[in-house]
Each structure stands twice: as C-alpha cells, then as structure tokens.
Design a protein around this ligand. Structure first.
Ligand code: SAH
Length: 256
C-alpha cells in the first residue's frame, strides 16, 4: 500500500501560528521532510520515533536539488510511509509546493495540501501593517525579489508595478532591494512611498524598520537587515508607526 504525502505549511516561525491540522499531522507522520525555515519547536511536535529528513536550502545555496526532494517523497510513499513535507509559511506561496505536487501526481502518489500562514501576512500582522485599508490600499501583490532583476528574460518587470495602487509584499527581496527600489521609481512610484522591512517576523528575532523607497536599501544595509525578511511597499507601511505592537511589546534588550 502506498503512503500519503501531506504538503504542509509550518507558518512564519511562531509555533502557535501552526494550524490545528498541521499539528495533528505532525503527531501522526512516520517521516518529516523539512526546510531550514521550520523552527525546532515545531519539529519537536513530531513523534519522537518519526524520521526527520532535512532538505533545506539557505540563502540561494542548496543542499538538495529539487528533483532529489521529489524523488525522496515518492520513494517514502512507495514504502507506505505517511509523510509530512513541511515548508515555511504556506507551501503554495514561493515554496515550490506546486512542483512537488506535480511530481506526486505524475508518480501516482496521493497527497493533500495544508495551507500555512504565509510570511507576508504574518509580517504585516506582527509589524502593525494592515495589507489592505479602506482609505489606503485595495489590492495586495506577492512578488519574489529573488530573481536576478537584470537577467534577460526575467519575468518580473518591476517598472510595471510602479504605477499600481497596491500594497507590494516582496519575498526574498533583501539582496536585490536597491535594484527593486530603483526600478519601481523608474516605473513611476513616488520616492517618498513608505517601505517597511520585517525580518524574522513572529519569532524572538523579529525586527522591523520603516523608510521610504528612496532610502530603504541604504538604511536596511546600514542597520544590518537581512534574510529572512519581507519588504512591504505602499502607503499602509507607514501605519506601523502607530500600530506596531509586537516589536514594542518585547523587552528593550531584544529590540533592534
Ligand atoms: N513559503 C514561504 C516563503 C518561502 S520563500 C511563505 O509562505 O512564507 C522564503 C522567504 O520567505 C524569505 O526569504 C523571506 O522573504 C520570507 N520569510 C519566511 N519566513 C519569514 C519570517 N519569519 N519573517 C520574514 N520573512 C520571512
């Protein structure tokens, strides 16, 4: 009998933001296959005898090619195992969950998808930035900043997002932040547009900053901000000045 694969979102970091379903499945699985962004407290919810397989990729470097991850899942299912494939945030938002699901379908393996709190939502909530607001923003866009923005054939044309009246949430954007900010301005986004960077949102290492499109890249670098971080661009980002609750609730020595 072949096993079942669950592609499960682990949420942004705080173990309490795990779904009840994810928690139950973690307690039932024979094998946990996980990424580097999944915290130890969440992995600790697995049965002690469950096998744990780390297939993380960090900062563009990599441990396992995607094809190896897919092959591992298929082999485990053929051994009859119940597998939780645990990914940071949501498995279908910049998590390559789509590719893994396609590989499972091609191999005739049954699977289920369990959504997780994606980091843009968590970063907004914990930083005090409502991603939509009746007076300020009626649309939200999730983008990846990971692509080399200058590579020919890059499928993100940042200039196109300049005129958009929307909140932009950029995943994996720290390395290319300067280029992204410049290209949005080239596309017509005002230089004084508020921009927030939220690093390690919801965790003990949570930090956030607020600047403008004109100076965000320089200031984020000066203040040592880096991955994992979400960049939120748009008028709503400025609301964090009033609404930031998590960073201010934590003891001063832990704050940036
Ligand atoms: N599937 C994940 C995204 C994976 S891509 C999700 O739905 O959230 C990895 C990127 O997610 C990081 O580079 C960063 O941009 C973002 N990220 C993940 N965890 C984060 C956190 N706790 N705080 C801020 N950004 C985070």
């Amino acid at each position: 009998m072949t096993g079942l694969i669950y592609l499960v979102g682990a949420g942004p970091g705080d173990p309490e933001l795990l779904t009840v379903k994810a928690r139950r499945l973690l307690g039932e699985a024979d094998v946990i296959v996980h990424d580097y962004l999944v915290p130890a407290e969440i992995l600790a919810l697995a049965r002690p005898e469950a096998e744990r397989i780390f297939v993380g990729k960090k900062g563009g470097g990599f441990c396992c090619p995607q094809s190896t991850i897919e092959e591992t899942l298929i082999q485990l299912a053929r051994l009859g195992k119940t597998v939780v494939r645990l990914k940071g945030g949501d498995p279908f938002v910049f998590g390559r969950g789509g590719e893994e699901a396609e590989a499972l379908v091609a191999a005739g393996i049954s699977f289920e998808i369990v959504p997780g709190v994606t980091s843009a939502l968590a970063a907004g909530a914990y930083a005090g930035i409502p991603l939509t607001h009746r007076a300020l923003s009626s649309a939200v866009v999730f983008l990846t900043g990971h692509e080399d923005p200058n590579k020919p054939g890059s499928n993100l044309r940042w200039e196109d997002y300049g005129p958009l009246q929307a909140t932009l949430c950029v995943y994996m954007g720290m390395k290319n932040l300067e280029t992204i900010a410049r290209r949005l301005q080239d596309g017509g986004m005002p230089a004084d547009t508020p921009v927030a960077v939220i690093q390690s949102a919801t965790t003990g290492a949570h930090r956030q900053m607020l600047a403008t499109l004109a100076d965000i890249a320089q200031r984020a670098e000066r203040e040592g901000f880096g991955a994992p971080a979400i960049v939120i661009i748009g008028a709503v980002a400025a609301l964090s000045e009033n609404l930031a609750w998590f960073a201010t609730a934590r003891p001063a020595e832990l704050r940036s």
